[in-house]
Design a binder for this molecule. Structure first.
Ligand SMILES: [Fe+2]
Ligand SMILES: [Fe+2]
Length: 260
């Protein structure tokens, strides 16, 4: 990304910031999503746990961080990304990029545990997917902040780029809370016992862990290969459209890390 920016090929980074803003906006759904009452499915009294308060404002606050309250003209992370992008880049004439349909593991590919009601199983898998998305977002956001703070980049707009990096830092501070709260909620779900239809008690970890393993496998093994191929193809085209495309492409390939 640094090479591309140094060569005047800023569109890819600009697209990343734009797409991130649009995906953050989708997180607003957490503010309105009806969640099932977990107490009906769990043996233990959960009134003193985070999972006993999912619909009491925890997820609503999370959703408002991501997508704000547009009807009151209050922005969330979504508008922060667009603002910091425009600070760093100024006016550009790049077209709006296409935003991927989904960034988590596609729902249809997930096997849900049959021992508990489908609504509860779906809610667990939703929270697990969300945790993984937040983890991966942190990696991307850190890279973004580092690029914006790099003294060799955005040389004509250093002050604006530093300000943009500061805003990314504030978003990251919010995301850190999202990760902590999701870890707490999912930790509680692993710890409690669910009521099976036959009256038996099902330890939460036997439901949560297999879904998590499936999501992690998708995100760390299956999906990166596909994503890398798609990105390579797109970036090669974009680089070759540059008048000195061949030289830049050679430099770009030289930076490739060999597979571990
Ligand atoms: Fe966010
Ligand atoms: Fe978040």
């Amino acid at each position: 990304m640094k090479l591309l920016l140094q060569e005047g090929l800023g569109q890819t980074f600009w697209n990343t910031l734009t797409i991130t803003g649009h995906i953050e906006a989708r997180g607003r759904i957490l503010a309105d999503l009806p969640f099932p009452d977990f107490q009906t499915a769990i043996w233990e009294d959960i009134s003193g746990m985070g999972i006993g308060h999912l619909s009491g404002g925890l997820l609503r606050a999370h959703g408002l961080d991501e997508g704000g309250e547009p009807e009151k003209d209050i922005g969330g992370h979504d508008t922060m990304w667009f603002a910091l992008r425009d600070m760093a880049f100024g006016e550009v004439d790049y077209p709006e990029p296409a935003v991927p349909e989904t960034i988590g593991r596609p729902e249809g590919q997930l096997a849900l545990p049959p021992e508990i009601p489908e609504g509860h199983a779906r809610a667990i898998s939703f929270l697990l997917n969300l945790l993984l998305i937040e983890f991966r977002a942190e990696l991307g956001f850190q890279l973004t902040e580092d690029l914006l703070r790099d003294p060799e980049l955005f040389q004509e707009r250093r002050a604006e780029a530093e300000h943009a990096a500061e805003i990314v830092g504030r978003i990251r501070a919010d995301e850190d809370i999202h990760v902590s709260s999701l870890r707490l909620l999912l930790g509680e779900l692993r710890h409690v016992h669910f009521r099976a239809p036959d009256g038996s008690r099902v330890p939460g970890h036997t439901l949560v862990d297999p879904i998590w393993e499936g999501i992690v496998r998708w995100a760390t093994v299956d999906q990166p290969k596909l994503a890398a191929e798609q990105q390579k193809e797109m970036l090669t085209k974009r680089i070759l459209a540059h008048p000195e495309g061949a030289r830049i492409l050679t430099a770009f390939h030289a930076l490739e890390e060999s597979p571990a």
